[in-house]
Ligand binder design. Structure first.
Ligand code: MGD
Ligand code: SF4
Length: 721
């Protein structure tokens, strides 16, 4: 690739779960540009955030040397000083209070190798299951949906399904802003096949809703009623596939899959379109239309969803209800027909979900609570039987509650910014400020709303400065090659973690010299599981533009559609059907009866408006990276409160005025933007602004199954400021 002193290094975008392939242009040891990879799924396209990635590398806020807090201030230290202090404090806590007094909080943006090292070090080395990560805030309900419905996590479809779909059902996904390159692919499909229908279920009239053929706006939290009513119409109008149901589906309620189709029909009787419309504040005929389009015989239907469905106290149930639509119509596992959850982060799937770096998981589909799985991992990791603790650790919010309670004394935070991104963040910021809690933050940027609370800040090499694997929404694993050396004194997270391991006397568990060493071990860990990607050698990943797992042998091309005979290597050739849901013992997926239940905190007399939060196209999450790009800041500088014109008129405010938004947990002042994007009685606030924390207001109530917080709904009052 070298020409005239320049080289182009194959990599992947640092930001969203779309996982666009790109090349990094390097000249004189500096990154000067990126360009889209035409041979990858994104076909050479990148969105603006992706294009502007080079700017983040030289931002004045890059964290370039270690820091230790002394007399209340973070001061420069050497690596040895910082790491000796971290190791000493961890050792002291473990000796005095036991292994569960320390914790690791990771990220769906860490490279697979980094997350693997941390997971092994903490679970098998330190012997604590206090390991969780921000995918808990993001994808946990989607995981819960897949596991309860199919017995195994992760989508069965692929991006290519977009090119074959006749109907798109986008539920709680602002694809246009959060997964722009996939949205563009949907638009291209619509242009190419003019009869293609887009249905958007979203309380807000988002930029995604603007291309919809049918947009159903509803009261936040009521989509469970709408999805059940769609199923009602499908059944009533015979838009179901009885043969598929007979061969591949079973029915369930609660946690037991022991019901019949007749029971399901009786359950649906309470969700007539009229009843659902009354609950949701939408039109019954729109629900009927959505169901008819989705269920039309001979058409391919693809559903996509993200945080609108996942960040809910009924998130797993809502996920189940989307799967139900596919299972009763048989619109699953053929080109263009698939339920497809979009992941938020670039490596939430590959690193954290698949890699098992949550508090209840072990790598590649294994569970902490399962004795056989623990034994298998103990053997693979070469540690004595009984090393792995049988009790799952706390989920993210519960972990910070243990910090608040003084039970966790030391926490290592890597590649995430919980001081800004946790729900009800004021509460957990206080927890991190406890005198007796020692906070280590491995960060590529400083200051952030978390480094400002740290006792030690470890400077991390950023994207392009290190090598490793990312796995995006469609099970595609891709290698990010190192393009330039780390900035300043920063080091790759994997190196820092191995250093910590050695200092804790656990170097034998993390003896890795390079990320390739880690990857080679990972290939042995996934082997024999349904994830099996042991055919994805490092060399192969260097050549390929991503490979979709399973890929169990070096000559296996990867799997576009799971559970499908002829595509998925785990469906036997002599299986009598097209599909085998082998994740469940009876090879049947479950249609769950999930009743409508509202949000944890609906508006009431004291807090009469709905409050919801999320991303905007210009910024990535808490903004530490994108807010260093002048073009992006120019386009969107400050988080605003989007309000419907009728609400603004009632309050007597116009665009640019300030409002104070308060919930039972906290308040913050924002500038107003009056827009019909917002539904009446709903205020939407962006999450990227470190100076205006939308999470002082959000609720930290959790889905009881997935433990994902309800970022998307709470009650607030809005006053003129
Ligand atoms: P990010 O800004 O992505 O947000 O929340 P966070 O993960 O807290 O933080 C990533 C951090 O990693 C940044 O501070 C960045 O500077 C740092 N970093 C970048 N590269 C590296 C590296 O190579 N190594 C290390 N060590 N650090 C690096 C995201 C979270 O927010 C998520 S996933 C979701 S889905 C939630 N969404 C959400 C919402 O919709 N509404 C509200 N109100 N809050 C939300 N919070 C959640
Ligand atoms: Fe990066 Fe996502 Fe944009 Fe693709 S769509 S360039 S992965 S931010």
């Amino acid at each position: 690739q070298a020409a005239g002193g320049e080289k182009w290094v194959k990599s992947v975008c640092r930001y969203c779960g779309t996982g666009c392939g790109l090349y990094i242009g390097v000249r004189d040891g500096k990154v000067f540009a990126v360009k889209g990879d035409k041979e990858n799924h994104n076909q050479g396209f990148l969105c603006l955030k992706g294009f502007l990635l080079p700017q983040i590398l030289t931002a004045p806020t890059r964290c370039l040397y270690p820091m230790i807090r002394k007399d209340g201030k973070l001061v420069r230290a050497t690596w040895d000083e910082a790491m000796s202090l971290v190791a000493a404090r961890f050792k002291e806590a473990i000796e005095k209070y036991g292994p569960d007094s320390v914790a690791f909080y990771g990220s769906g943006q860490g490279l697979t190798e980094e997350t693997y090292v941390a997971n092994k070090l903490f679970k098998a080395g330190i012997r604590t299951n206090n390991v969780d990560g921000n995918p808990r805030l993001c994808m946990a309900s989607a995981v819960g949906g897949y596991v309860t419905t199919y017995g195994k996590d992760e989508p069965m479809g692929c991006y290519e399904d977009i090119d074959h779909a006749d109907v798109f059902l986008l539920v709680g996904s602002n694809t246009a802003e959060c997964h722009p390159i996939l949205f563009q692919r949907i638009v291209r499909r619509k242009e190419k096949a003019p009869g293609t229908k887009v249905i958007v279920l979203d309380p807000r009239r988002t930029p995604t809703a603007r291309i919809a053929d049918l947009h159903i706006s509803f009261k936040p939290g009521t989509d469970l009623a709408i999805l059940n009513a769609m199923a009602y119409v499908l059944v009533q109008e015979g838009l179901i596939d009885e043969e598929f149901i007979k061969n591949h589906v079973t029915f369930g309620e609660g946690t037991e899959a022991n019901k019949s189709f007749e029971d399901y029909k009786a359950f649906l009787a309470q969700y007539t379109p009229e009843k659902a419309a009354e609950i949701a504040g939408c039109k019954a005929e729109d629900i009927v239309t959505a169901a008819r389009w989705f269920g039309e015989k001979g058409k391919a239907s693809m559903s996509m969803w993200t945080m609108g469905l996942n960040q809910r106290t009924k998130g797993v149930w809502a996920n189940n209800l989307v799967h139900n639509l596919h299972l009763i119509t048989g619109k699953i596992g053929t080109p263009g027909s698939t339920p497809f959850s979009l992941t938020g982060q670039p490596n939430a799937c590959g690193g954290v979900r698949d890699g098992g770096a949550l508090s209840h998981l072990l790598p590649y589909g294994r569970l902490i609570a399962n004795e056989a799985h623990r034994k298998e991992m103990e053997k693979l990791w070469g540690v004595p039987e009984g090393t792995l603790k049988p009790k799952p650790g706390p989920s993210t919010v519960e972990m910070f509650q243990k910090i608040e309670a003084g039970e966790i004394k030391c926490v290592y935070i890597m590649c995430t910014n919980p001081g800004q991104s946790l729900p009800n963040v004021g509460r957990y910021r206080k927890a991190l400020q406890r005198e007796d809690v020692f906070v280590v933050v491995a960060e590529a940027f400083h200051p952030t709303r978390t480094t400002e609370l740290a006792d030690v800040v470890l400077p991390a090499a950023a994207w392009a400065e290190k090598e490793g694997v990312y796995g995006c929404s469609e099970r595609r694993y891709q290698l990010l090659e190192q393009a330039i050396p780390p900035s300043g004194e920063s080091r790759p997270d994997f190196e820092i973690l191995c250093d910590l391991g050695r200092r804790l006397g656990l170097g034998h568990l993390v003896p890795f010299k390079t990320p390739t060493d880690v990857w080679n071990e990972i290939l042995t860990i996934c082997k024999g599981t349904v994830y099996d990607f042991s055919g994805m050698t490092r060399e192969r990943l260097r050549q390929a533009h991503g490979i979709l797992w399973p890929a169990p042998t070096a000559d296996h091309p990867g799997t576009k559609r799971r559970y499908v005979k002829g595509e998925d290597p785990f469906v036997p050739a002599d299986w009598p059907h097209r599909i085998k849901f082998y994740g469940r013992p009876d090879s049947r997926a479950v249609v769950w009866m999930r009743p409508f239940k509202g949000p944890e905190e609906a508006p009431d007399a004291d807090y009469p408006m709905y409050y919801t939060t999320g991303r905007v196209i210009e910024h990535w999450h808490t903004g530490t990276m994108t807010r260093t790009c002048k073009e992006l800041v120019h386009a969107n500088a400050e988080a605003v409160a989007e309000m419907h014109p009728a609400d603004a008129a009632k309050l007597g405010v116009k665009t640019g005025d300030k409002v104070k938004i308060s919930s039972r947990r906290g308040s913050e002042v924002f500038k107003v933007k009056v827009t019909d994007t917002s539904r009446e009685n709903l205020v939407f606030v962006h999450m990227h602004d470190d100076q205006h924390l939308c999470n002082l207001i959000t609720i930290d109530a959790l889905d009881p199954i997935s433990k994902q917080p309800e970022f998307k709904i709470c009650g607030v009052k809005v006053d003129k400021a």
